[in-house]
Structures are given as C-alpha cells and as structure tokens.
Design a protein around this ligand. Structure first.
Ligand code: PLP
Length: 346
C-alpha cells in the first residue's frame, strides 16, 4: 500500500556501505555488493512477471557466468544447443571447466543428450537461428537442471518457470529494458540463495541507476512488445514473399507449432537470407528506417549481417532484424523497397 506523498517509483539508492551498527545479521542492507533497495524493487517486479524469485546482474553474461558457477562443479557435463548465444557457448567451452555437449537447437536432440548431464541450457527461440525447443518436453524428459535463456521473448512472451524450467536467465539489455542504452541481466528461479551468494562473491552486480532505468521501462514493456511483434510479423510476411525468412510467429515456419504452444508473443526478431554478403550489405545501406547495429529488442528497428562476427553457423547473406516501434506501414514499405533494390543488384 503506497502512502500519500510517496513517488510512484522511488529514485535509485546509491550506497556502498550503509549505516550499520550492531549485528549485521539483523540488518537488511549492509554493503552495496550484497543488497540494494533499487535492485530489490526491480527484482520483485520482474519476479512477478517471470513467476519466481529474481536476482539482477550487471549484464546478461554476468547472470550466465554467476548461475553456472553457483550450480556446477568443475568437470560437470552440460548440454548446450549449438545455436545458443555464442558468448554463452564460448564461456562454457573456453573459460569454465565443464564437459560440454553441444547439440542442435532441437527438442529431440536436447532430450537425447540430457541423460547424465548435470545441467541443460536452452535458448528458445534461439539466436540467431530462431529455432524453438519445447521447454515442457525437455523438463519432463530430463532430471538435469533446466535453464532457459528467455532474452528474446521476455516474460510477456514466454514464462519458462511455468513450463517446468528450474531457472530462467535473460539479458535485460534487450527488449526488457528496450531503449538500447543499458546493459543488464537477471536470473529467476524458485530458490536463489546460492545464486545471490555467488553474485556477492563474484561482484557481478548492477549499478542502481541502470536498474532503476530498467524498472522505469517495465511500464511500457507490454505496449512496446505489442508494436514490435506486430511489425515483426508484417515484415516477415512481406520479406518471405521474396527470400527465405525465419520468424516463429509465421504460420508455416518450422518452429511455429511448438512456439504457439509455449509463447504468448513471438518476439521482435526475424531473420532472412539474402544471396550473399554484398546483397545483405546493400540491403542494410538502402533501408532508411533500419539502423545497422548488433543487439535486438530496442524501440528502433535494427539489423545486421550476422556472419560478420564469425562464431555463428549462418550463411554470409544472413540478416538478423529486430523490429522496433515505428509506424508499421512506413517500416514495411521502407524494408520492401530496400530489399527489392538489394535483390536487383545481386
Ligand atoms: C540470447 C542472449 N543471451 C545473453 C546475452 C548476453 O547479454 P548481455 O549482452 O546483456 O551481457 C545476449 C546478448 O546479446 C543474448 O543475445
């Protein structure tokens, strides 16, 4: 219950140590690496959306690394889809001492690899391939701890904990905060004590101002996603008339049936394949309403030729596009004009 005179959303609390006398165990806020009231307010809000307890981190990768270090012992076998965000795969291969089983982003392949694994990592829809894994089927088929990267759909598009996942993880940098100006991540689950302890020890923490900005952005998450997903579907339909396109919301997409069962919204991201790198670059140069950038989920439509980074198994002309909140007709017109001009040159 709010009191008269209180702000709707209290401003960020900046504190390294808090005033503290007597027994620290009797005080909620002791030191800024362990607790912060601005984190707590954001965690409660996102926790209500994900349906669990939530802990915020300074980045999506901070959330990933802290969760893995909190849950696993060196040498533990883990299953990771080959199309999971490449830094997650690289972290598990190169930096952390696990036995990695990399499998295609496919429900049957994940289930087949799961026996004996301590943890199964699923990113669905995957990025940048946009394949979908059936979360409930994996949860029911395996005893391993199931973690779902929910970055792309956000909790207003998909709630992995309700579908049987043990933990949900997301980069809040993307659609959740949605304005392309902060880096942030979170982990959700039923019991996050070990995860919070690891966060305090590793220092993978978020600045209060970023957390406050993300909290402020939650108020518009629903309306942003509504427009972004509508724009993504219209773009996928229009682009699909000319070149191969992937969008889980598109009837006829190989992922659509599974996506329909577990997603309430299909997200802002679609991908399409142009004949080669030159055609993709020509498209990006010609599209006036599309900003060339990596990342996704912002209010402004962005796209990139994904193969320019290396690390993903995609063709040279593969474009990942994240639909923003622009006027739908104007955006579709601009993108189809740019596509036609890129295809003419190819
Ligand atoms: C699916 C997915 N998970 C995790 C991350 C890492 O998040 P961050 O950039 O906030 O560290 C990203 C970043 O692109 C991502 O796309």
């Amino acid at each position: 219950m709010t009191k008269n005179g209180e702000p709707f959303l209290p401003g960020p609390t900046f504190a390294a140590p808090y005033h503290l006398s007597g027994d620290p165990a009797e005080t909620e806020f002791t030191y800024g690496r362990y607790e912060n009231p601005t984190w707590k307010a954001f965690e409660e809000a996102v926790g209500a959306l994900e349906g669990g307890d939530v802990a915020v981190f300074g980045s999506g990768m901070g959330a990933v690394s802290t969760l893995l270090l909190a849950l696993l012992e060196p040498g533990d076998p883990i299953v990771i889809p080959s199309d999971a965000y490449y830094n997650v795969r690289q972290l598990a291969h190169d930096l952390l001492p696990y036995e990695v089983r990399e499998v295609p982003t496919d429900t049957a392949a994940v289930v087949d690899a799961a026996p004996g694994a301590k943890l199964v990592w699923v990113e669905t829809p995957s990025n940048p391939g946009l394949d979908v894994v059936d979360i409930r089927a994996v949860a029911e088929a395996s005893d391993a701890t199931l973690v779902v990267d929910n970055t792309l759909p956000t909790p207003l598009g998909q709630r992995p904990l309700e579908l049987g996942a043990d933990y949900v993880m997301a980069s809040a940098t993307k659609a959740l905060s949605g304005h392309s100006d902060i880096i942030l991540g979170y982990v959700g689950g039923r019991d996050l004590e070990a995860v919070r302890t690891a966060r305090g020890k590793l220092g993978t923490i978020a600045g209060p101002f970023e957390v406050w900005l993300a909290h402020r952005s939650l108020a518009t998450l629903d309306v942003r996603l509504e427009r972004e997903c509508a724009n993504a579907l219209r773009l996928a339909e229009a682009i699909g008339e000319h070149v191969p396109v992937r969008y889980p919301g598109l009837p006829g997409d190989p992922a659509h049936e599974t996506a329909k069962r577990q997603m309430e919204r299909f997200g802002p991201v679609l991908c399409f394949t142009l004949p080669d790198a030159a055609a993709a670059d020509a498209f990006l140069a010609a599209a006036e309403m599309v900003t060339e950038a990596t990342s996704f989920g912002g209010t402004r439509t962005t796209a990139e030729r994904r193969a320019r980074w290396g690390g993903d198994d995609v063709p040279e002309g593969y474009v990942r596009l994240s639909a923003g909140c622009e006027d739908t007709d104007a955006l579709v017109q601009d993108v189809t004009r740019a596509l036609a001009s890129a295809l003419e040159r190819a």
